[in-house]
Design a protein around this ligand. Sequence first.
Ligand code: AMP
Length: 300
Amino acid sequence: MLPGLVSYSSSSSSDEDEAEDQAGLVYSGRPGPVEARRDVGMNPPQAARPLERLARRAGTARELQGRHPAGGRLPLPESVRSMFADEDEKPDDAEDGSQHGGRLRSFAHERGNWATYVYLPYSGDSDFDELVDLVLRRLCDVGLRMSKQEDFHISLSQTVVLRYHWINLFLQTLRERLGSYHRFNCFTNKVKVYTNQERTRTFLGLEATRGQQDLLGLVTEIDGAMQEFQLQTFFKDTSFHMSLAWCVGDLSDRFNQDLINQLQDVVDEFEDSPRLLRIHAEQLVCKTGHKLHPVPLRDT
Ligand code: AMP
């Protein structure tokens, strides 16, 4: 497990695990068979796996969920409903974007809905912190104040809404699809500015310049899982990056080419930046609400 990656946040309780165990939906750790080739990425391909089959194998999944993602509400036995009553009440991500590296929910909170996304984590050391501080200082020099990201990562999915009772099955699907993908290295060093889709936030990021094919291979599988659950897939014109800082509003036009070049110089000239900006992808994280679920990649 990566340093700093914990499975449960303080808001999680062991009750959740108990509920999951009772439901028989805990990941078995068994990788799924390879059924079809995919062109993207250097890793072994994984097969598309119909949700129906997964649900059958998970046994009571549909009854526990009470709603098939394709539509149609199924009756939920009272005994099962009470088993999960506490879980449905649990809040997912707080509304305050400042607590979440600028991520703001663009959908209304609804009981039992969990904001979910998949990413490749990066735990930078104090040298990396110093590099980010230098970048932020250069921005301050030109009157741009941005907040440092709380955690650093490369997003591999959009933030989607998952019903609580689909979480385990979704994690199982992800782990099956991604479990045979080998670990790899990528490199993020190209300064680039992003805005969220609503253009209410601006992000300063470092775009990946190596490892994009591997990242694309992962996204293909994650998108496949999203589609099985009828959830939104990732950007078509994906630009893999690690956000360093964010601010409110669309300030992208303040970043002219001269400023981008200056920031790029800060990054390029920073001692040891090739080591600092190399990310070893050994496991992904699926975050649901406040809870972090590891999704390991293959060791050998
Ligand atoms: P992240 O740090 O991964 O949350 O990304 C910051 C923002 O970049 C997100 O709000 C994305 O919507 C946005 N973004 C804009 N264009 C792209 C793109 N082509 N690929 C990935 N993310 C993008």
